[in-house]
Design a protein around this ligand. Structure first.
Ligand code: ADE
Length: 225
């Protein structure tokens, strides 16, 4: 899978894909992330990419031309399945969105900055608008990193058996059960005895019950879905 991210602050994305699972996914060529700065392709002088908004109002808006040039350049090189714009007024990002995106081949992600991007880019290039939650970040970069991480780890071969996504929270519509490791008694706080019983069926049943209990307590809405 190839993901091209468009941002005026590429430095913000230096680290998120350079470690751990995302690093391994790229080393194995299962995921390739490229970061592009519209300042490098803008036709305007001194790398200008934003301007005042028509009609007045505080805040600069990202101009359409530098974004369009970059998107069209990428689209001339390969076919993209989605052109995603990260924005707090987009559709809420959920595990099922991540599942769906993990099956795509090529994706462009546009990170907004300042007051946002010119609406005409959204109207004529963007195919999907994603919000990672009901709060406003200073730009789309951290949100894009969240999406790439959630999607990247679902690409077949990225996770091994030990880190398999099958048992994640949300994957079966439930929150994950609690987990424990050594020591079995820490400061007089013992682990649930059933985990030592050696019967995988009993343990699976216990884990499922704990998942149900946790979901009912914390996120009852998930069970209605
Ligand atoms: N850009 C700023 N805030 C955002 C959010 N909550 N989700 C996605 N992109 C954003």
């Amino acid at each position: 899978m190839r993901i091209d991210i468009i941002t005026v602050v590429p430095e913000l994305l230096d680290s998120p894909f350079s470690h751990s699972i995302m690093k391994r996914a790229q080393a194995r060529d299962l995921l390739n992330v490229f970061v592009h700065n519209p300042r490098d392709t803008t036709p305007y002088k001194q790398g200008q990419v934003d301007d005042y908004q028509f009609g007045g109002g505080a805040g600069m808006v990202m101009m359409p031309e530098p974004l369009a040039i970059l998107i069209e350049k990428l689209q001339s090189e390969r076919k993209y399945d989605e052109v995603i714009f990260m924005t707090p007024d987009g559709n809420l990002f959920e595990q099922k969105t991540a599942n769906r995106l993990s099956m795509k081949e090529n994706i462009i992600i546009i990170c907004g900055h300042y007051k946002g991007i010119d609406q005409r880019i959204r109207d004529h290039f963007v195919t999907m608008e994603i919000s990672i939650g009901d709060y406003v970040l200073s730009g789309g970069e951290l949100a894009a990193a969240v999406v790439v991480d959630a999607v990247g780890r679902l690409i077949p071969g990225v996770l091994n058996d030990e880190t398999s996504a099958l048992f994640d929270s949300f994957q079966d519509g439930l929150l994950a059960p609690p987990v424990y490791t050594r020591p079995a008694d820490f400061r007089g706080w013992p682990i649930p005895e059933i985990l030592l019983c050696g019967d995988p069926k009993k343990i699976d049943l216990w884990r499922h019950e704990e998942s149900l209990k946790r979901t009912k307590e914390r996120r009852p809405g998930l069970m209605e879905d």
